[in-house]
Design a protein around this ligand. Structure first.
Ligand SMILES: [Zn+2]
Length: 208
């Protein structure tokens, strides 16, 4: 067993969620700007689900209705838990990489000037999205995981969330089948265990 596999095994423990237990192991993903952690639930198996999620304190922890982050994370975990295995890659890329303070400035600017958050960032001199998934991709390769797309459909929980989803569809090319009702997330992936990642899947992963 190599050192990385040993450390991964040493993190294994039981996690209880929504009244059910599952096993989880944790692996750090290095990266000053795009690092985070991979949480491996159950065994790494053929066709296990992979969710790559960028941190959103408001949506993930405070359960804000203003964006789709919380519902997408929750549904992804439900799907992984129902499947009995899967991987959650949680990246510390708050506010599309801008950080919480600049995200808050962007939200305030949106309120004051009636802009979407992409225009708000631009007005503040911030990049619309500086997130990177290269280190996440390397971690999945390390785990022997290649990915294909699986639809993730959540409903916006507020008018503000619906407008945000529409802005992401229009400005960032997110695939949303019905702008008034739901969003087709691209962040749950069905994996197939491979010891290499075909370049088409690699490109698709990096295009998250
Ligand atoms: Zn969010």
């Amino acid at each position: 067993m190599d050192q990385a596999a040993f450390h991964l095994r040493e993190t294994g423990h039981r996690l209880t969620r929504k009244g059910r237990e599952l096993r989880v192991r944790v692996m750090a993903i290095p990266g000053a700007e795009d690092g985070g952690h991979a949480m491996i639930f159950g065994p790494i198996a053929d066709a296990c689900l992979v969710r790559i999620h960028s941190r959103c304190l408001y949506g993930d922890a405070l359960r804000s209705d203003d964006c789709d982050c919380g519902p997408e994370l929750d549904l992804s975990m439900d799907m992984i838990q129902n499947a009995g295995c899967g991987v959650l890659v949680y990246l510390e890329q708050e506010g599309r990489g801008a950080g919480l303070v600049d995200k808050a400035r962007g939200l305030r600017t949106s309120e004051v000037f009636g802009l979407d958050t992409f225009d708000s960032y631009e007005r503040l001199g911030l990049c619309a999205d500086t997130r990177s998934y290269e280190n996440a991709a390397r971690a999945l390769v390390h785990l022997g995981i290649a990915v294909t797309v699986v639809p993730l459909v959540t409903r916006p929980r507020s008018e503000r969330a619906r407008r945000y989803l529409e802005a992401k569809r229009r400005r960032r090319g997110h695939t949303i089948p019905d702008e008034s009702a739901s969003t087709l997330g691209r962040a749950v992936w069905r994996s197939r265990r491979r010891w290499f990642m075909p370049s088409c899947w690699w490109r698709r992963l990096l295009a998250l």
